[in-house]
Write a protein that binds this ligand. Structure first.
Ligand code: FES
Ligand code: FES
Length: 166
């Protein structure tokens, strides 16, 4: 039996050793916000957070996530409010068809948790492995910059020295 903690909730299932984290998230936990693109580690659409850092779930064996905190796009927003990174993507017009968006958002959350004020070059580097057929990436870069601003404002309103990611 494999038990994974996803967005704070436990999911248990008998799974083959070959099952990927992407398959577990979508087929066992029924969380379909995480998208399957290339299924080969090349497009970024399947990105989720493992202990806060973005990983490609299509090339991560599910069993390797046991004992770690998995966060998917469904785990970012609170009941009544989107996550600041989600808001920034909407406001910056960085979403068209939306297929790449969950992966881009998770990569952004991961980047900004390590680097609160990234340069344009650092942003482009962080999203380099994420393919988007629609936006041309310009608005994606603007969205990440806006997200950094929103998180900084939120952290300031939470109190000095306090880390605030929601
Ligand atoms: S589906 Fe995982 S990188 Fe493309
Ligand atoms: S918005 Fe369509 S692939 Fe990125």
């Amino acid at each position: 039996m494999t038990t994974l903690r996803i967005n704070g909730q436990e999911y248990s299932a008998e799974i083959p050793g070959s099952m990927t984290l992407l398959e577990f998230v979508r087929e066992v936990a029924k969380l379909t916000g995480t998208k399957k693109g290339c299924d080969n580690g090349d497009c970024g659409s399947c990105s989720v957070l493992l202990d806060g850092r973005a990983v490609l779930s299509c090339i991560t064996p599910a069993f390797k996530a046991e004992g770690h905190a998995v966060t998917t796009i469904e785990g970012l927003a609170s009941a009544d409010e989107l996550h600041p990174v989600q808001k920034a993507f909407i406001e910056a017009g960085a979403i068209q068809c939306g297929y790449c968006t969950p992966g881009m958002v998770m990569a952004t959350v991961s980047l900004l948790s390590e680097n609160a004020d990234p340069s344009e070059e650092e942003i482009r580097c962080a999203i380099a492995g994420h393919l988007c057929r629609c936006t041309g990436y310009e608005n994606t870069v603007k969205a990440v910059e806006l997200a950094a601003k929103k998180l900084a404002e939120k952290a300031a309103s939470c109190g000095e020295g306090q880390k605030c990611t929601k």
